[in-house]
Design a binder for this molecule. Sequence first.
Ligand code: ADP
Length: 259
Amino acid sequence: SKRIVIKIGTSSIMKSDGTVNYQQFDRLAYVLSSLHKSGKEIVLVSSGAIGVGMDKLYLTERPKTIREQQAVAAVGQSEMMNLYSRFFSHYKQTVGQILMTRDIVEFPESHKNVVNTFETLIGMGIIPIVNENDAVAVDELEHETKFGDNDQLSALVAEIIQADLLIMLSDVDGFYDKNPTKYPDATLFHTINKVDEEEMVLAGERGSTFGTGGMITKLKAARHLLAHNQEMVLASAEDPTILFDILAGIEIGTYFSRE
Ligand code: ADP
């Protein structure tokens, strides 16, 4: 695969004490720059604006109101891009920011424009770093199960730029037959070739009170990709050098593919 979208979750760029994990930024910058140098076309979808913003503002609790969350996201997004920009520059790699809203699904003109931007950035040897435009898109923080989560956003990005592969790096190392953080005897699926109700149930759709994020949105992303005959790998974000292994064809995590 040549064109690859990589999605990273908030928990993978923050430490458990709520501070920014600088080492993780450095590793990501190193790995993605190396992949780019070896001829891959890379797009990074990164969550974390609120997490980084909370650290920057010394907040210990996630703000309650949407407007406060958006304000924190505004601080965090620019700080996060500052970090990516600086860490990537150590590896002589330029990055560019793309903030997305649902406009790109609703308006063909916006869709065309964003695809052009992606293609042009990639053509210029730049790694696009994508997130939702939280400060503008109100409903996206409120109803995370809609378009508002970066799992499904990354699937959409992979679709519109016709990526060969979406790699989702998560706090879990794959998709299991039950939640592995609750059940130590859960077993990992190495390959999945369809995402139906049956799989959704294993991701905790039923019985979950909040139904936001987690494995459900990852499966929805996988379902989206499979419907477009594309592929996805879900693996652990703990050590980003795992990307080298995945792209070398080593079986790690869960591989979603129609075949
Ligand atoms: P990220 O922050 O990396 O995007 P999330 O924490 O939102 O990831 O989602 C991954 C979590 O989903 C896991 O840590 C686990 O608690 C939960 N989960 C629920 N069901 C499953 C399952 N069947 N297999 C793997 N993880 C599951």
